[in-house]
Design a protein around this ligand. Structure first.
Ligand code: GDP
Length: 361
């Protein structure tokens, strides 16, 4: 499954956040009895109020949300791209993830020293991105002579060469390829074979003091630093306390600091979105469940997420939109109203489809 690598400078709250993710994952793990969770992986459920509603309609015994996996990637220091610290290990680990989550310190506790002497989100983002950009420039530097040779007699290779040369210019200007891609300045598909770090989707977690959480002006300023990438605002210390509390007490604590939802919940939602994923829903007496698929997945591919046999023997899918189901109140009522659709193997799944697959075994 897809994972998001957590990176950041020392003392920004990565471990604190990661411990909260791990605790939250342990609670979820009961839903995935056969999954082994590695010690450097933290899992968080993607909150989805539709599951509660489905469980009511179907009388489901439990709810299984979609999940997002975060991997703790230690060892980022200035000079990592030149092998400083555990720089090479760091770059190898980050290459294996599907998106990059940067934790940026905003909290100002004088008892926690900052590696560069003072707290500056802007400079920290630049420090991290510079290391990733330098690593990509090294990769491109190595690849370019080969690409130039290949492009001489081959138009398709010329496309890749052109993209690589454009990438060098973008990186030289201090911009990540992900940002440039989002702004339409480069087609990242042409660079896929090079596995460049800054071409991965980015998201940013700003670790704030509790009293900064409701500061909309500050949040807008920080968002602007990282746009078009997404930003999540949380207090890692508060998150580590929230995961220890029963749900109602956690909610009370959140509301007392002006928040409606935990930072982990927001991180899960934004992470899921950043990875380009979506869900479809199934429900029955046993469970109401959200399953993860890539945007654009077809009905047989979706069936394959539940079981490979479902994909192999796929015949058709009965699809009901969540809203129709809630309005009608039951599957039987949706069918009677003629709103249950039978879809074939070319159907592209839509967010919020409630599905039952028919298949040969
Ligand atoms: P890491 O080096 O990035 O993994 O940072 P840690 O999670 O170990 O945090 C470093 C120190 O900062 C620890 O003493 C934490 O308790 C403290 N810390 C982490 N997050 C926060 C926060 O949101 N607010 C405050 N005041 N302290 C924090």
């Amino acid at each position: 499954s897809l994972s998001i690598g957590i990176v950041g400078l020392p003392n920004v709250g990565k471990s604190t956040l990661f411990n909260a993710l791990t605790k939250s994952g342990n609670a979820l793990a009961a839903n995935y009895p056969f999954a082994t969770i590695e010690p450097n992986v933290g899992i968080v459920g993607v909150p989805d109020p539709r599951l509660q509603k489905l469980a009511e309609i179907f009388g489901s015994a439990r709810i299984v949300p979609a999940k997002v996996e975060f991997v703790d990637i230690a060892g980022l220091v200035r000079g990592a791209s030149e092998g400083q610290g555990r720089g090479n290990k760091f770059l190898a680990n980050i290459r294996e993830t599907d998106a990059i989550c940067q934790v940026i310190r905003v909290f100002s506790d004088p008892d926690v020293t900052h590696v560069d002497g003072e707290v500056s989100p802007e400079r920290d983002i630049e420090t991290i991105n510079t290391e990733l950009i330098l690593a990509d420039l090294q990769t491109l530097d190595k690849a370019l002579p080969r690409l130039q040779k290949e492009a001489r007699f081959n138009k398709e290779r010329k496309v890749v060469l052109d993209a690589a040369e454009a990438a060098v210019k973008i990186l030289d200007s201090g911009t990540t390829l992900y940002s440039a891609g989002k702004q339409g300045a480069i087609n990242l598909d042409d660079l896929r074979e090079l596995h460049l770090l800054t071409a991965k989707p980015f998201l940013y977690v700003f670790n704030l003091d509790t009293d900064e959480l409701a500061d909309t002006e500050l949040r807008a300023r920080l968002s602007a630093l990282v746009a078009p990438a997404e930003a999540v605002f949380l207090d890692a210390k508060l998150e580590s306390e929230l995961v220890e509390l029963p749900e109602d007490e956690a909610m009370e604590l959140l509301q007392s600091v002006g928040q409606e939802e935990s930072g982990l919940a927001q991180l899960a939602r934004v992470g899921f979105e950043t990875l380009g994923l979506q869900t479809f829903l199934t429900a029955g007496p046993k469970e109401a469940r959200a399953w993860t698929i890539r945007k654009g997945a077809t009905a047989p591919e979706a069936a394959g997420v539940i079981h490979s046999d479902f994909q192999r023997g796929f015949i058709k899918a009965e699809v009901i939109s969540f809203d129709d189901l809630v309005e009608a109140g039951s599957v039987a009522a949706v069918r009677a109203a003629g709103k249950a659709r039978i879809e074939g193997k070319d159907y592209v799944m839509q967010d919020g489809d409630v599905v039952e697959f028919r298949f040969n075994v």
